[in-house]
Design a protein around this ligand. Sequence first.
Ligand SMILES: Nc1ncnc2c1ncn2[C@@H]1O[C@H](COP(=O)(O)OP(=O)(O)OP(=O)(O)O)[C@@H](O)[C@H]1O
Ligand SMILES: [Mg+2]
Length: 511
Amino acid sequence: MIPLPLARIAEITSGALSGMADPRAVVRGPVVIDSRAVEPGSLFVAIKGARVDGHDYAAHAIRAGAVAVLATRPVEAPAVIVPDAAAALAELAAAQVRTLSDVTVIGVTGSAGKTSTKDLLARLTARVGATIAPQGSFNNELGHPLTVLRADLDTRFMVLELAARNIGHIKELTRIAPPQIGVVLNVGTAHLGVFGGKEAIAKAKGELVESLPRSGVAVLNADDPLVRGMATRTEARVTYFGRGESASIRAEGVVVDARGRASFTLRTPSGAAHVSLQLYGEHAVENALAAAAAGYELGLPVATIAEELSEATARSRWRMEVTDRGDGVTVVNDAYNANPDSMKAAFSAFEVLGKGRRRFAVIAALRELGEDGPALNAELGRLAGGAGLAGLVVAGPDAEPVLAGAHAAAQASAPQAPAGPAQPPAGPAQVPPGAAQGGWQAPDGAPPGAPAYHGQPGHGQPVRIVHVPDAEAAAAQLAAWLRPGDAVLIKGPRAMGLERTAELVLGGATQ
Ligand SMILES: Nc1ncnc2c1ncn2[C@@H]1O[C@H](COP(=O)(O)OP(=O)(O)OP(=O)(O)O)[C@@H](O)[C@H]1O
Ligand SMILES: [Mg+2]
């Protein structure tokens, strides 16, 4: 951050110094809300959370080198006392941005892919100048200002992820750091429950383009009608990315390899270049195009954009992490979070990646979908039940609609004729020395000779569907099922913590 004396911090936040705080003491950053992250020169912001009250860690923060604490009540430490710590943090961040005249702020929003796109775009801007971007998904009322406060006089770009959990949220975030470029990816069904409809979600996400100045640029997804419709809501110039001819930044001739990685020709008004993504899933094309369009607006050559996109691997964890175990089992860890759209994206990527192999999946009921929740979860169940899996694990609470949907779809695609002779699983299975040769044990440890899976959806035995209480139990079920050469997808909402399942299944294997 740009160094500030406590007197100035008190002025910006309308706070009062207490605890013998020296008004001339200078905060140099970082500004943190976790006392374990305090460094000499820090400002520690005491947030009262549901479980932990930051005020209890004030003295600890000072001992670790913090200059002062931003607090809502006096603590036994030098402090700036404010009525609302989050609001004060926002004011502080906004004031810092106003002093950074050489910084271009780029905001990214959308229902799915913000973090992935932000990570790609930050690679591109880093080619031009010093870039600040949030770590992981720091995109809310605390993460956003904390990220902004990491900027200093050398910073040239801030690539920020803006999340809307309700109408007005994005507007508030753009007030802290007004963007010159606003990227809108898609309008899906994440947080449908809070908003009550897709149009309301579009309204909330459109606040990003509404905030842009006349001199700014709105980067919109031409393939998403609700995003394209945002063009009328901005004074800024509009540019489109997408698959179709109408997009000025577009992907042509998209092909997906056997691992689900897309390659395409990136076409722009000033030339084209070949992009070969290392990111998994065809949905990565959308994110890559969005980043390319913003990078193009910043004047990056097409060849540079294509090179960076092709070199990028997932920077934030648990998003389509693909790992091969020593025994040839491929684990797709997409456990970071889930909504109906990202579930569909994950299953279609998994279908490509697991083609010709026995496939398993661990999912969990989606949350925050309001009154549509049961219907959307039943739809998720039908998606999974009809995906040609050999086994499906549904973990955690509220699983009934998912299970019902999965059973219905599994029955609909069940074999009409009796199963034929047992066959080994297709695919590149490497049978380790000592392992049983030929055929495979049916799931749940059924004896050899039990009806076998033929590797073809709808032609083998019906998908086995089990309900387990948690991430650990899901891993135990997979352990019973998995054989060399299988593929498994692990995907659920954040609260289920299914990355634990992946960790257990991988048992320390690295990516
Ligand atoms: N363009 C896309 N369309 C559909 N799904 C996507 C897209 N991009 C990423 N995903 C999937 O969505 C999930 C979340 O990705 P990511 O973290 O990039 O999104 P996000 O918008 O930042 O999510 P959050 O709102 O949780 O911060 C991952 O499972 C990822 O594989
Ligand atoms: Mg995110």
